[in-house]
Each structure stands twice: as C-alpha cells, then as structure tokens.
Design a protein around this ligand. Structure first.
Ligand SMILES: [Zn+2]
Ligand SMILES: [Zn+2]
Length: 380
C-alpha cells in the first residue's frame, strides 16, 4: 500500500450534523498531524454517556457538525513534528484528558489535572493552530474532547495518547480509555479500601460497576450496591456486589439504612450517579473515625453540598476524583497490564457490539438502558 504519511486520508466517520439527530456515515478528509500531534487509525471505539450528553446538547454550548467518540483503541499511522514518544505502528488508547508532562499538575505526583490538556468540551479544534483536522469538501467538521474516535482515522495531541502493550486485545482494553478507569481508579487510587472492608457503591452503571470491580480487586468482603433501578442488581453480582439497597424500598434516608446494616457505617463509599442527594448520602453513610467517601459523578450546575460539619469532626473524610486520579500516559499502560495479568476483568462490561455503519444502534441501546458498553468496530 502506498504510504499515507504527510497526505490527507479520506475515510469513513460518523458525523453528528445536529444535536440529537442520528449520526451519518460520511467520507471525511483527515489532514496530516501537525506539531505534537499524532494521526491514529482507530480500530475499535465504544460509546460512553458523555458522548450522548454532548450529542443531545441540552445544557451546554452546541458545537456541530462534530465527530464524537472518546473511548477507543488504535494504531499510530503517522506523527507530527516534535513527537518522539510514539512512532507508526504503536498501539494507543486515546484519552479525553491529557498529560503534557511539563505543567505543575503533571509534575506533581498528586495531580492528573494537566493545565494544557485538561478536558475541554467546548473546544472543537486542535490547540496547535485552532483548526480542525477533519473536513468534508473543505468545510470543517469539529473535534470532540480532543479524541473524535467515531472515525477510521483521527488526529490527537500526543499528550492524550497512552502507549500500551501491543499484545493487548483492543476490543477489550478500549473501554479503559474512560469509564472503567474512572470507576476503578476512584476505588483503587482514592478510596483505597483495606482488605476485608465494607464498600458502598452508589449507582450501578458502567462507572459504578468499575468501582465495584476495584473493591473486588482490593479484597473488600462486603460490597453494597445502591441503585434506584432493581434491574441493575442481577448484573451487579458479576462485579462482586454482594448486597443491594434500593432507596425506594425504605422510608428512612439510605444513609441510615446503610449505617444500620453495617454496625455504624461503611468503611468506604464511592458515589457514581451525579445526584446531589446520593453524594450527601454517600458521605454520611461512612463510619466515623476512618470512613472515606469518594465523589465521581458529575453534579448539576447549581447543586450545593450540605451536611453537618460535625461529620468532619467525627473523622469522616470526603474526597472527589477526576478520571480515577490516573495520569493518562503514565498510568494507563499499567492498568492494561492489570487486565493482561487477569487481575482486572473487562469482558463482563462489554454487553453489545456493532460496526461503525450501525453506530446509531449503540446510541439506542444506551438510551434504553440496555447496554453497559457497546463497542463499535470501525471496519464494520
Ligand atoms: Zn500537563
Ligand atoms: Zn466517557
């Protein structure tokens, strides 16, 4: 095959022309990567709630036409000027937030909130020149969170690509690029449940079940799932959830129910719903003296967290996390290795699979609440 390096590539992509309207498979032109950019052949991508949220564009500035997609795995096709850490043929996971390795956040061992490449949902262009690398007949098609993986090829900043073990199956590890790492890291890196402890997980979607998977890996002996939808409970057992609480089944606040079930409170809790009331319950249900609650879900704009300060004086700890505290380039390759060593199970998250031409089906599965993760193969 003739080399595509330095040339425009014409390929298929799923374009969102308007908010809430089905995506359309189009032939797009993908420009070569500029300084610090990499052009990636996307092999497999997956649909996450964040794609659906910004596609619906109900609460934020709409940016259209746009190519969504941010959970994926692919192979480097070519690299732009200044890129030294990646070369054609490398296997990578694109990530919606980056690691420039030079800012004060990247240099801090405690932070993963890169100043340069932190998630930006309003920007639809590349940082280097403020332009899009996608076009149709010269008209720009905008990027999404720097990844735009619903395309056979995408151009991504090198700081938003984690280089992974080439032996790792891309149709499994692609889901580590967002949701699963977020929940897993919230438990393993932030809540850090001791072996034998009791962990409550609020919200049993893909992120909550990943948090449960983290608790299982950490050796928690009781994992209590809290969700308003009783249908979630059966599936959750596969992720190590041992007990279920549906707040609708009780007349008292769920934090009181959990406190009674656990002789004074859970050792750790992880909140993955984004509901402000669930956040408060997740904090108030932890044991005094040592309990730690971790917030993962994204709240509404006007929410305020209200609790009695005595809870803090009683030595309950409240924390929050972004992307499971993982630094994308430094840490994700190791999460892939956890899967390769069979410590972490990913197969159970993947409930559906479609080809790129059927991508709208993936949206339907998610909107109906049928799928945890639907993977999308770009060659189909
Ligand atoms: Zn940085
Ligand atoms: Zn996501």
């Amino acid at each position: 095959m003739p080399s595509t390096v330095g040339k425009v590539i014409r390929c298929k992509a799923a374009v969102a022309w308007e908010a809430g309207k089905p995506l359309v498979i189009e032939e797009v032109e993908v420009a070569p990567p500029q300084a610090m950019e990499v052009r990636v052949k996307i092999i497999v991508t997956a649909l996450c709630h964040t794609d659906v949220y910004f596609w619906e564009a109900k609460g934020q500035t709409p940016v259209f036409p746009r190519i969504f997609g941010h959970e994926a795995a692919g192979i480097v096709e070519s690299v732009g000027e200044g890129v030294t850490e990646l070369k054609p043929g490398d296997h990578v996971l694109p990530v919606f937030t980056g690691e420039c390795k030079e800012c004060r956040h990247c240099k801090s061992e405690e932070s993963n909130m890169c100043d340069l490449l932190r998630i930006n949902t309003d920007r639809g262009v590349m940082l280097h020149d403020g332009k899009s690398r996608f076009s149709i007949n010269g008209k720009p098609i905008y990027h999404f969170v720097g990844t735009s993986t619903f395309s056979e090829y995408s151009v991504i900043h090198v700081g938003c690509l984690a280089k992974i073990n080439p032996a790792a199956p891309m149709d499994k590890v692609c889901i580590l690029s967002c949701g699963v790492s977020t929940g897993l890291g919230a438990t393993l890196n932030v809540a850090k449940p001791p072996r034998g402890s009791t962990v409550a997980i609020f919200g049993l979607g893909a992120v909550g079940l990943s948090a449960a998977e983290g608790a299982r890996i950490a050796g928690a002996s009781r994992i209590i799932g809290v969700d308003l939808n009783p249908k979630r409970f059966d599936e959750a057992k596969k992720f190590g959830v041992t007990e279920f609480v549906n707040p609708k089944d009780h007349h008292k606040p769920v934090q009181e129910v959990l406190t009674e079930m656990t002789d004074g409170g859970v050792d750790r809790s992880v909140e993955c719903t984004g509901s402000i009331n669930a956040m408060i319950s997740a904090f108030e249900c932890v044991h005094d003296g040592w309990g730690v609650a971790v917030l993962v879900g994204v709240p509404n704009k006007d929410d305020a967290f209200k609790t009695h300060p005595m809870n803090f004086l009683n030595e309950k700890t409240l924390k929050g996390t972004f992307f499971g505290n993982y630094k994308p380039r430094t840490d994700l390759p190791n999460v892939v290795e956890m899967y390769m060593r069979k410590e972490l199970e990913l197969e159970k998250f993947i409930t559906h699979e479609v080809g790129l031409s059927d991508i709208n089906k993936a949206f339907d599965y998610m909107l109906k609440g049928e799928s945890l993760r639907c993977i999308i193969r770009t060659d189909g």
